[in-house]
Design a protein. Structure first.
Length: 428
């Protein structure tokens, strides 16, 4: 069976590794820069913009690919999924219309509102500068300012946390007033990802990501510095009731899209804020999280290719999906200065990484030597029967990388987890 993977980051390397466990699968991939880790797993590689619909379809049909999975959001928005389907290739990754759940923050909120889906914060959509500014000036409290449209996860600014009112107004001006303004949610964030076949949804273990660049959650927002999950697939600051609420919200979103005539086939990613009043939706994504994909795919024990076929066929059921009862800790190694002033083209060497999984991301290999690029370089995932043992494996591996790079030492530590739990107790 031939499967195409679109994308070339850490997330896609994890997708490729999980698929390559089945020796009968032959992998092809399209990516904008060569990912040396993925290159070793794929029979054919096309270096091309991941939004070049025509070239991707030509490549896929030329290679006689049967199924495809889309990693990042940009190709979804470009309509790669629609075009592959039209060419007869079963695609895991929603149509452009269904992907608006992620690519259009106004669409997401309006849909939740129209279908009475729980967990939607109070929000207002604006398409004019003056209206948005008047709203900000009259608003009592903190606000999240969200550009409408894709920004690579770096576009949300929280007034009252990262910026003050005058800066918020400046920001809205720079966005020409195309924003969703919503109440600031306070709590602990968690990620719930699920496989979705248009109708049925099968959840994956909960994960917590770390967006801030530095230890102790300080510094600028990044694409995600690392993440962890627990052996029981839950998180200690998410109660069973919170979990059921979050899952019901995800299922309602899937039914709403189905009713609207845009069935969602692919990976649905729910970013939740666990607040004093229970889980609220920060956002939905129409794809795996990066890094969160690396946590869950490293412990997927069922055949991933088989799961993809069930998604395409619309026959997905919980019996198709099994995960090992293990903790996972993922740590991204990034260039020094990332995300604002990353040191690029700096040589790095990977040391002894023991039992960790290595996933390559934005890294260049020339004559067998590795160099940093502008974005996240590579990641290690440790697995263990406890969070502590998983963290130790990931930390040892990440510390063994030398060069102008760094990683967050606190991700997955018991101290940080205890801080999360204390924060949640404090809110209640
Ligand atoms: P996004 O680009 O939607 O992933 O948002 C990036 C980050 O902004 C989220 O992970 C949250 O930490 C924060 N954020 C987004 N919306 C809100 C909100 N309504 N309240 C508080 N923080 C938010
Ligand atoms: N880890 C956040 C994201 O993939 O959007």
């Amino acid at each position: 069976m031939k499967i195409l993977v679109v994308g070339g980051g850490g997330r896609e390397h994890a997708i490729a590794r999980a698929l390559a466990l089945d020796r009968s699968i032959e992998l092809c991939a399209v990516m904008s820069r060569r990912n040396p880790g993925m290159a070793r797993l794929t029979a054919r590689l096309l270096i091309e913009k991941e939004t070049n619909v025509r070239r991707i379809v030509e490549f896929a049909t030329g290679q006689e690919v049967e199924y495809a999975i889309i990693g990042p959001e940009a190709p979804l928005e470009a309509g790669v999924s629609d075009a592959l389907e039209e060419a007869g290739i079963g695609c895991v990754g929603p149509s452009r219309a269904a992907a608006r759940l992620e690519t259009d923050k106004a669409f997401c909120r309006e849909m939740m509102n129209a279908h009475g889906i729980a967990g939607c914060p109070r929000y207002r959509v604006f398409h004019d500068v003056q209206g948005a500014i008047d709203f900000i000036n009259g608003y009592v409290g903190d606000l999240a300012i969200k550009p409408i449209g894709l920004t690579g996860g770096k576009g949300v600014r929280v007034m009252g946390e990262q910026i003050d009112r005058p800066q918020a107004i400046e920001y809205v001006r720079s966005l020409r007033g195309h924003v969703v303004l919503e109440e600031r949610l306070i709590g602990e964030e968690f990620t719930l990802q699920a496989f979705v076949d248009g109708k049925h949804l099968v959840p994956m273990p909960l994960v917590q990501d770390h967006k801030r660049a530095y230890e102790g959650d300080i510094g600028p927002n990044t694409g995600g510095m690392g993440s962890y999950s627990m052996p029981d697939h839950g998180l200690p600051f998410v109660t069973d009731e919170d979990y059921r609420t979050a899952l019901a919200i995800m299922k309602d979103a899937v039914s709403a899209l189905h009713k609207e005539g845009f069935p969602f086939r692919g990976i649905l990613y729910g970013q939740f804020m666990n607040t004093r009043e229970g889980p609220r939706v920060v956002e939905f994504n129409a794809r795996f999280g990066d890094p969160e994909a690396m946590n869950v795919l490293s412990i997927l024990s069922s055949d991933f290719g088989d799961v993809l076929i069930h998604i395409v066929e619309g026959t997905l059921s919980p019996s198709n999906v099994r995960f090992e009862q293990k903790a996972t800790v993922c740590k991204y190694v990034v260039p020094q200065g990332y995300p604002e002033t990353p040191v690029m083209n700096a040589l790095l060497t990977i040391g002894e990484y023991g039992g960790a999984f290595l996933y390559m991301a934005n890294i260049e290999e020339r004559d067998g030597i590795l160099y940093t690029q502008a974005s996240r370089t590579l990641a290690f995932v440790g697995l263990g029967d406890t969070l502590e043992s998983a963290e130790a494996i990931a930390e040892t591996a990440a510390s063994a990388v030398t060069g102008h790079v760094r990683h967050r030492k606190d991700i997955g530590t018991t101290a940080l987890l205890e801080k999360r739990c204390a924060h949640m107790r404090e809110l209640q």
